[in-house]
Design a protein around this ligand. Structure first.
Ligand code: SF4
Length: 416
């Protein structure tokens, strides 16, 4: 087995440590800078008022769990610590540290260069030299990328979230036991790419990524013998392991998911595949051929639960979901809300321009503009934010919404 997960420390020939997974003990130095960059007095005020407050005829309600998760908190903190620890070195980041344009911009302003994605590690890390530092993001990187960087001998600051490592453990176990990993996730997402690569750490290991229920249903149809293998090969050209043979590789499957998918959809997909495998192999065969672990992370689940609770309490006229457009967990929150009421996924306060709002509709390819988005008269606006959205961005959005009605955040008072 490729011993990728359990590397705790490695050193150069001169005895210096080159692999860091636990930061640099510089919390006291970077915390004030982080607070200054990402803290929001408006958000603190709202929390202090019980997550619901009004100013004039505008009422704002904040989900009880929103914004930065533990994994993102840690990754951002380690990036700032790395800058302190290596003030004179070139520092690179393997892609965006998280899916938030504001945070990535601030990281770049520290002189940390974000490396664009490339199919081959040798291309992505072409400019990285042994003396450089490379930060690995919270989503993790693929096995081949990590191997490539270790061979270069550069310093690695690994911020891969513990919840992602947990998914990898399951996927490695599947591969070891001869199960193909069926991953509910977007095959092009950094985390899913990294997770899928872990399925190949044992000879004969394979993966198939399904992004939604229709794709899972097609796989079920194949398992039941309703469609031919060619339909799978055609539908998943980039979402399967090299040489994937549906006949051979879908006989024993283990489910995992990208940590930030919609929880209800992941569970539905799990049940669909379980039913198909039961039908194909019988109840007796199921235990030897089907495994499943819920690998949605607790932060994602808490944010989805909190927004469902807020929607369940009723009284909202419109919902604003804040987060990067490529943030999966923000997209999942948007899907939940959009089923219940008018919902606008925005990346930041600058998307609200008077009566117009620029937002990304559910499943849409990009941004669209809606006008007169805020109902006339007394209005209650629900708010939540994805796990990669800092509080300062949430606070700016609240201020912008209040300003539409000539109000300020310091006028907010408690109000159900
Ligand atoms: S969303 Fe979950 S898995 Fe991703 S960084 Fe946050 S806590 Fe970790």
């Amino acid at each position: 087995m490729c011993c990728i997960l359990f590397v705790s420390a490695s050193t150069m020939s001169n005895g210096q440590q080159t692999y860091f997974q636990k930061g640099f003990n510089l919390k006291a130095v970077v915390r004030p800078v982080l607070a200054q960059s990402y803290h929001s007095q408006v958000v603190e005020r709202l929390k202090g008022l019980g997550y619901a407050a009004r100013a004039g005829e505008v009422k704002v309600k904040l989900a009880r769990e929103f914004g930065f998760c533990y994994g993102v908190d840690r990754a951002v903190e380690y990036a700032y610590e790395a800058r302190e620890q290596f003030p004179d070195r070139r520092i690179y980041l393997s892609g965006e540290i998280i899916h938030n344009p504001e945070v990535n911009g601030r990281i770049e302003a520290l002189g940390i260069r974000i490396l664009a994605d490339h199919k081959l590690p040798v291309e992505r890390y072409a400019s990285v030299e042994k003396a450089d530092v490379v930060i690995l993001p919270a989503f993790g990187v693929s096995v081949s990328e990590l191997q490539h960087l270790r061979e270069k001998g550069c310093v690695l600051v690994d911020t891969t979230c513990g919840s992602v490592l947990n998914v990898w453990k399951n996927v490695i176990r599947y591969a070891r036991d001869g199960f193909t990993s069926v991953i509910h996730g977007k095959h092009y997402h950094e985390e899913t790419k990294a997770t899928a690569s872990q399925a190949l750490t044992h000879p004969g290991g394979h993966f198939l990524c399904v992004k939604d229920r229709p794709e899972a249903e097609l796989v079920c149809d194949f398992i039941r013998g309703k469609v031919q293998a060619g339909a799978i090969v055609e539908r998943f050209p980039e979402a399967t392991s090299p040489g994937f043979d549906p006949e051979r590789d879908l006989q024993k499957i283990g489910l995992a998911n990208q940590t930030t998918m919609l929880m209800t959809e992941s569970l539905e997909i799990q049940e669909l595949l379980r039913a198909a495998m039961r039908e194909r192999w019988g109840e007796a065969g199921l235990a030897d051929r089907f495994r499943a672990f819920d690998t949605i992370c607790s932060a994602t689940q808490d944010r989805q639960d909190a927004v469902l609770k807020m929607l369940g309490e009723g009284g909202l006229d419109v919902m604003v979901v804040i987060g990067g457009y490529n943030s999966s967990n923000t997209q999942a929150l948007t899907r939940i809300c959009a089923e219940r009421l008018p919902t606008f996924h925005i990346s930041g306060a600058d998307r609200i321009e008077g009566e117009s709002i620029r937002h990304r509709p559910v499943g849409g390819p990009g941004e669209t503009t809606s006008s007169r988005w805020l109902p006339e008269g007394p209005v209650t606006v629900g708010l939540t934010a994805g796990a990669s959205t800092p509080n300062n961005v949430v606070g700016e959005v609240v201020e912008r919404i209040l300003a539409l009605r000539g109000r300020r955040a310091d006028e907010l008072v408690a109000g159900e």
